[in-house]
Design a protein around this ligand. Structure first.
Ligand code: PLP
Length: 465
């Protein structure tokens, strides 16, 4: 009986449309969206009444729920988020943040026509890859280069073009899975190449490669272990040794470098990452790497190396399927320009800036966040303090290195820390944080300065509303 009454009391869609709110919505949003928003909320209210699962909403709450549903339906699903995880190259959060100067160029190019595939000298069709080739070659020291949609595509197209129907020798210690289902053995079989595993998980010797070489060998492939490390009783030949072996048998050596660092990190005490330049100098015939990992640019896959091999790859049919668009090319070229001056790259490319940020500067940022947060919160709402912690690079790079960092630690008094974490994800913009030892941590390393006010509002909202 009670249920029937409640159901009958629910407003009709027409009624709502004729209310002042309904008229306001119709003035601002497309009619179909307004109708959808109203229907969604009426339906969920009807379900709630039938299930007796929660308190029935008052009219004003009902209208507020419709208002936020309509706004949600009108906004894009892909939206900015605040990365408070401290993981700089966070694949789930979009990997690298692009520099402002790069974005300006992307907007310029994308909002007008361009010489994307037009040779302005000759007045005829040009090559889309030409725009980045010279600068990639200059920075990496490679003879030639080509760029595709991502590094997975770079590896796939290279294997297809050079090793289809032939054998590729890879160490058993490098048969990696990168995540998101990129597995070397699977990529290999999809390309039509035959994987020839050599060595063992922990030790592969140069002679293992040499013993496996036969007249059907197309490539010696080395793969960066990226997201894991082997320690202890391990061995693997250097790039130089592998190159010497390849030369001796006239077989090209390819290195899937993964992250693709262009900056020497030894001055920062990081000795494990070979730069692209070092691998090129060591004589690798082909090197592939990502654009949006340590390089700090847009998603893309770069293939650099021997001109003859690059030409073969560039002519493969698959290139059309993995080609980059003008926005990627614009972003790539502008990012690489920053690398012409390494100091500039380190300060202007957000990925590098965040990675190399001094702990003291991170602590200051954490303090700024904490003090603004304390000002906007009643004192009994949460315990807020600064804690020392460690952040990770992410993106399959520098996986065992922990970077000293500072985080704002929040222990809520009136809800669990898990509830707070979930509420933060529903803020606008969403705040992605992590939980450690019963506290919510906001790692200041990856919080962009321009986002601090939004972060503070979001956290205050989540704690109080
Ligand atoms: C990340 C990575 C890939 C995949 O690169 P994407 O740009 O994400 O496609 C391939 N190989 C290695 C070794 C990697 O680290």
């Amino acid at each position: 009986m009670e249920q029937k009454k409640l159901l009958a009391a629910l407003p009709s869609v027409d009624e709502i449309l004729k209310s002042p709110e309904g008229e306001r919505w119709l003035g601002r949003y497309p009619r179909r969206v307004v109708l959808q928003g109203i229907r969604d909320i009426v339906q969920s209210e009807r379900d709630a009444i039938l299930a007796k699962e929660r308190r029935v909403l008052e009219k004003t709450d009902l209208l507020a729920a419709m208002d936020s549903r309509i706004t949600e339906l009108c906004s894009c699903s892909l939206k900015n988020a605040i990365n408070a995880t401290g993981v700089v190259i966070h694949t789930n959060l979009g990997r690298s943040v692009l520099p402002d100067s790069v974005m300006k160029h992307v907007v310029d190019i994308a909002s007008g026509y361009s010489n994307l595939e037009y040779d302005l000298e000759k007045g005829m069709r040009g090559k889309r890859y030409s725009h980045v080739q010279r600068i990639i070659n200059e920075i990496t020291g490679a003879e030639s280069s080509v760029i595709v949609n991502n590094n997975a595509a770079a590896v796939f197209v290279s294997l297809t073009a050079l090793a289809k129907g032939k054998e590729v020798i890879v160490s058993r210690g490098e048969l990696v899975e990168i995540g998101g289902s990129f597995r070397i053995p699977d990529v290999m079989s999809a390309s039509g190449a035959t994987l020839r595993e050599v060595g063992t998980t922990n030790k592969t010797h140069l002679r293992d490669y040499e013993n496996a070489i036969n007249e059907n060998t197309a490539l010696l492939l080395k793969v960066h272990q990226s997201n894991f490390r082997m320690v202890g009783f391990t061995e693997t030949p250097s790039v130089e040794d592998l190159v010497a072996l390849g030369r001796k048998h006239n077989i090209p050596v390819m290195f899937d470098l993964g992250s693709g660092c262009l900056i020497d990190m030894k001055p920062y005490g990081i000795h494990i990452e070979l730069t692209v330049q070092e691998v090129v100098r060591a004589g690798a015939d082909l090197v592939t790497f990502s654009g949006d990992k340590l390089l700090g640019g847009p998603q893309g896959g770069v293939i650099v190396g021997n001109m003859k091999l690059i030409d073969i790859i560039a002519k493969n049919q698959l290139m059309r399927a993995v080609r980059v668009d003008k926005m990627t090319l614009a972003a790539f070229e502008a990012t690489l320009h920053l690398y012409l001056d390494e100091e500039r790259a380190k300060t202007e490319i957000p990925t590098l800036r965040m990675l190399f940020m001094k702990p003291e500067a991170i602590r200051k940022r954490a303090q700024r966040i904490a003090s603004q947060l304390k000002k906007s919160l009643p004192a009994d709402e949460a315990t807020v303090r600064i804690v020392k912690d460690a952040s990770q690079s992410g993106g399959g790079a520098l996986s065992e290195i922990l970077f000293d960092t500072f985080a704002v630690s929040i222990v809520p008094q009136k809800m669990t820390v898990n509830t707070l974490e979930a509420k933060l994800r529903r803020q606008r913009p969403p705040v992605i944080a992590r939980i450690k030892d019963g506290a919510l941590l906001l790692d200041a390393r990856t919080v962009l300065d321009k986002d601090i006010p939004l972060l503070v509002t979001g956290v205050a909202n989540a704690l109080t509303a």
